[in-house]
Design a protein. Structure first.
Length: 460
């Protein structure tokens, strides 16, 4: 094999794992189109509606916990397959639910899939990617999340427009015209099935194999993705680091893990407290209430989704060149500027102009090349292999709890304190994030996961 076939293979492996992100994005976005239809069909009151929406998040939390134990026991690959099964079962289960209880259970199962994928997919990529391309490859995962969100919007919109047609078949009339939310969920089983088949073909993470003393297998796999010399050096480094951390008995409670854990948790929480999901999901209604859009919610959702996707390419191209800190600090500067300015427009009542639209898109663009991908990159590269799954699970759990907090309190805050204050609160958290990145976060570009241990894991 030559260098280009190694690159080909590693791209294929990381691309496959990144599809976990696509299902994460699809599953979390599909509900926004389906909820009103489900609500009308089952005459849901506000409480049950809340359960339906939050059931996905509850599942996520269960999924993250499960991954903390599972992926060290059964391996990264099998854990990823489990997430694919969860997505598949959830898509089929939701579409065949005839009452709220099975629907909520099926949503919880999908949420478990999201929780598992959000830990294991980027972590697997981090463990496989060569050091000089790791940032780029974990950014594929972020790109997949944005593609998943967009796909869900498109497929929801397509199904709504299909439902305007008349069908000869009674089944199609029932399934597409009368109960359009069913195919909305069912569509997810297509990428889930593809993901499942593709994961079957990728190898196990060599770093995990070394951890469970399967050195020969790790060596064989490394030799399929690196030139022989490089594979040998990397294997020695992995083994040395594994011996060191078992010798020192590194655990989550070790003093030496505190700094990386602090960085991972703070970055995860502050990524969400920038208000990203509030803006992605409520953006169109913000435009509507500001008088910019009347009934074009979907168009604005698609514009937001497209900008989110396009600007992720900047991270893909530059994160291994200019570094994580540079992207974080530049992106956060744009994020803070746009949030402060949006708040100002609402405060002064100048919201009817195109300027608001521009500022929201600026926010999304800056998030897409900085906080979006770089948070996931850093969380997945700073921990030693011996504790990586558990530590990444804790950070990801913190991220999902922050998703829940923002989802829970954003509408309330908007109503009680108004849009200006809400934007300024998000701006305040992003200012904290800026200084945290400036003072505490260290540059990790180009370092191997084993070298990273000497950057972050200070001796105790
Ligand atoms: C965040 C998600 C968000 C997505 C938007 C991810 O990095 O973790 O919460 O919905 O970016 O693209």
């Amino acid at each position: 094999m030559n260098n280009s076939s190694f690159a080909h293979r590693i791209n294929y492996i990381c691309f496959t794992a990144s599809l976990g992100g696509l299902l994460f994005g699809f599953d979390t976005a599909v509900i926004s189109g389906a909820i009103n239809l489900v609500k009308a069909q089952f005459s849901l009151d506000a409480l049950v509606e809340g359960w339906l929406v939050s059931s996905g998040l509850a599942g996520c939390i269960i999924g993250v916990f499960m991954t903390g134990f599972l992926s060290d026991r059964i391996g990264r690959k099998k854990t990823m397959m489990l997430s694919a099964w969860m997505f598949l079962i959830s898509g089929i289960g939701c579409s065949l639910s005839f009452s709220m209880v099975p629907l909520i259970i099926a949503r919880i199962i999908g949420g478990i899939g999201v929780g598992i994928a959000s830990v294991v997919s980027p972590m697997y990529i981090a463990e496989f990617a060569p050091a000089d391309k790791r940032g780029r490859m974990i950014s594929y995962y972020q790109l997949s999340i944005t593609v998943g969100i967009l796909l869900a919007y498109f497929s929801n919109a397509l199904l709504v427009s299909l439902s305007q047609n008349n069908f000869e078949s009674a089944v199609l009339t029932w399934f597409i015209k009368e109960e359009t939310w069913r195919p909305m969920f069912l569509v997810m089983s297509i990428p889930s099935f593809i993901f499942l088949i593709m994961v079957l073909k990728i190898p196990e993470s060599p770093r995990w194999l070394v951890l469970i003393n399967k050195r020969d297998k790790a060596e064989r796999i490394l030799n399929t993705v690196r030139a022989p010399k490089q594979a040998e050096v990397e294997l020695q480094d992995i083994e040395k680091a594994a011996k060191k951390s078992t010798g020192e008995k590194i655990s989550l409670l070790s003093k030496s893990i505190r700094l990386p854990l602090l960085i991972g948790i703070v970055l995860a929480v502050l990524q969400q407290l920038s208000g990203i999901n509030a803006i992605i999901y409520y953006g169109p209604s913000i435009f509507k209430s500001a008088g910019i859009a009347d009934n074009n919610a979907l168009l604005f959702q698609v514009i937001i989704g497209a900008v989110n996707l396009l600007f992720t390419f900047i991270a893909i191209r530059s994160v291994d060149k200019y570094g994580r800190r540079f992207l974080l600090l530049t992106g956060l500067t744009g994020i803070i500027f746009s949030l402060l300015f949006c708040g100002f427009l609402f405060y002064t009542g100048h919201t009817g102009s195109i300027l608001l639209l521009f500022l929201i898109l600026l926010f999304i663009a800056c998030f897409a090349f900085s906080l979006g991908p770089v948070t996931w990159i850093i969380i997945n590269e700073i921990f030693p292999t011996a504790v990586r799954v558990k530590a990444v699970s804790i950070c990801t759990l913190a991220l999902w709890i922050a998703v829940w907090i923002v989802g829970q309190f954003f509408p309330w805050l908007l109503e009680k304190a108004g849009a200006a204050v809400t934007f300024w609160i998000f701006a305040a958290f992003s200012i904290i994030n800026f200084f945290f990145c400036l003072k505490v976060v260290k540059e990790t570009k180009g370092k191997s996961l084993e070298e990273m241990e000497s950057v972050f894991v200070v001796p105790h």
